[in-house]
Design a protein around this ligand. Structure first.
Ligand SMILES: C[S@@+](CC[C@H](N)C(=O)[O-])C[C@H]1O[C@@H](n2cnc3c(N)ncnc32)[C@H](O)[C@@H]1O
Length: 213
């Protein structure tokens, strides 16, 4: 999913480290069996998630939007030996493919899947987090921000996907649809939040990275 020059995107993909076999197999199976495979993070963004997670070695990760589990497994690579990743998705039909690859991955016991509406589930999880990946319903990005900014530990990292929204955030604000308005407002709020240090990386559909100060 992206709006940048395809040659640049292809160049970035080719010149990024290879996926593991399990990630490549999961990506291929997602492309064949799941609706909207474009939603999967893919190699370059997946590598960013892997790198960030390996740098911070999180004990607690929260993922909002599991889909087929590709990004879950990317972030699981950096988990501390006692670490846990909580991942939430409302679509129970995705559990079969997630379970197949979580079993194969060696991280099965460190992954806690939650099925249902993320806004309800997040409040039920007692832990605070070293790493949060926000990648679900964009219409709720501001609502998510209200909840997760309190659950992000000091020094913790928030990654938010699709913040450039296919370039639509550059359109005249008068013609913004509801989702674009919310994403634009989310980006403005992140930039102004003095408790976070944030930057938007122009990778794929735009991913912002914020550290809690
Ligand atoms: C873009 S996909 C996630 C992609 C995944 N993070 C990856 O990189 O491979 C978004 C997912 O969010 C889920 N989702 C959408 N709205 C949700 C909600 N309110 N609560 C929980 N999950 C939701 C969808 O079912 C979908 O699987």
């Amino acid at each position: 999913m992206g709006f940048f020059n395809k040659d640049i995107s292809d160049y970035i993909d080719i010149h990024s480290s290879d996926e593991s076999k399990i990630l490549a197999d999961l990506r291929r199976e997602t492309e064949i069996k799941c609706l909207n495979p474009i939603m999967l993070s893919g190699k370059a963004q997946g590598n960013l998630l892997r790198i960030i997670s390996k740098i911070i070695k999180p004990t607690n990760i929260l993922e909002i939007g599991t889909y087929s589990g590709y990004s879950t497994l990317c972030m699981a690579e950096g988990l501390d030996v006692d670490g846990v990743i909580h991942t939430i998705d409302k679509n129970e039909e995705l559990l079969e493919i997630q379970n197949k690859y979580f079993e194969k991955s060696g991280y099965r016991n460190q992954i806690k899947q939650h099925t249902g509406n993320a806004l309800d589930i997040i409040s039920e999880i007692k832990e605070n987090f070293d790493l949060i990946f926000l990648d679900a319903d964009k219409e709720n990005y501001l609502n998510y921000l209200n909840i997760i900014s309190k659950k992000l530990k000091k020094g913790g990292i928030l990654l938010t996907d699709n913040v450039l929204w296919h370039g639509k955030i550059l359109e005249n604000q008068q013609v913004h649809d509801r989702t674009t308005k919310i994403i634009d407002e989310f980006n403005k709020k992140l930039a102004k939040d003095s408790s976070l240090l944030s930057v938007i990386l122009p990778l794929r559909d735009g991913i912002s990275i914020s550290v809690k100060l």
